[in-house]
Design a protein around this ligand. Structure first.
Ligand SMILES: Nc1nc2c(ncn2[C@@H]2O[C@H](COP(=O)(O)OP(=O)(O)OP(=O)(O)O)[C@@H](O)[C@H]2O)c(=O)[nH]1
Ligand SMILES: [Mg+2]
Length: 195
């Protein structure tokens, strides 16, 4: 399957975003959940999106073209990092909220959840908020390489119960789930939840 990814630009304000009709899939989730790594895995290119052990690394909306205008992926800043100052948190909201609420191009929110952790209130809140705004969402369970054979189905069941939708198990290390995610993104973006 052709899935060619190229960096387009970083935006610090909604007014920097391109004005066109290309559908966008936003990559959302807590700081350190693996958003930039997932983007690199999708691209098959390690250094494309900046990854870091230090949470809160991505602070801008980073735009990536897929297949020359078929789709745009938007790597978003993470939320929920305790050490981030109040001002930083407010900046996150000031950028992300209008993006999610008002961006006409937004076709799908890809919500990343750490498969190692219990569902977190902030993730459930965002999932509810997306549903309330009728934004289709696709829940992706990241870092599934860290779970053993029977831990993974247990974790997926727990997430399914919490989010009311079966998450896609993904690993940027083994690339598990990559082809399925590429396919879901290219075939008219659709969520796995009830909108
Ligand atoms: N084992 C494992 N580690 C992962 C995986 N995905 C990401 N990581 C690690 O998790 C850390 C954070 O990854 P990032 O991709 O930078 O996370 P992010 O969500 O973009 O973080 P922010 O930009 O700070 O919000 C890095 O140390 C990655 O190497 C995965 O699938 N498996
Ligand atoms: Mg990042």
């Amino acid at each position: 399957m052709r899935f060619d990814v190229a960096f387009l630009k970083s935006c610090s304000a909604i007014s920097d975003l391109p004005l066109d009709a290309i559908p966008e899939a936003a990559i959302l989730g807590r700081s350190n959940v693996g958003k930039s790594s997932l983007l690199n895995s999708l691209a098959g290119e390690k250094g494309l999106a900046k990854t870091s052990r230090t949470p809160g690394r991505t602070r801008l909306l980073n735009l990536f073209d897929v297949n020359s205008g078929k789709l745009r992926l938007v790597d978003c800043p993470g939320y929920g990092y305790a050490k981030v100052s109040r001002v930083e948190r407010e900046k996150w909201g000031a950028l992300i909220e209008p993006y999610l609420a008002e961006r006409p191009n937004l076709a799908l929110a890809v919500l990343l959840i750490d498969s190692m952790l219990d569902p977190q209130p902030l993730d459930l809140d965002l999932h509810d908020w997306l549903r309330g705004h009728q934004i289709p969402s696709l829940v992706v369970a990241t870092k599934c390489d860290r779970l053993s054979g029977n831990q993974l189905p247990t974790a997926l069941r727990r997430l399914t119960q919490s989010f009311g939708a079966q998450p896609l198990a993904f690993s940027s290390v083994t690339n598990a789930g990559r082809d399925q995610l590429r396919q879901s993104l290219l075939v008219k973006p659709q969520g796995n939840g009830v909108v």
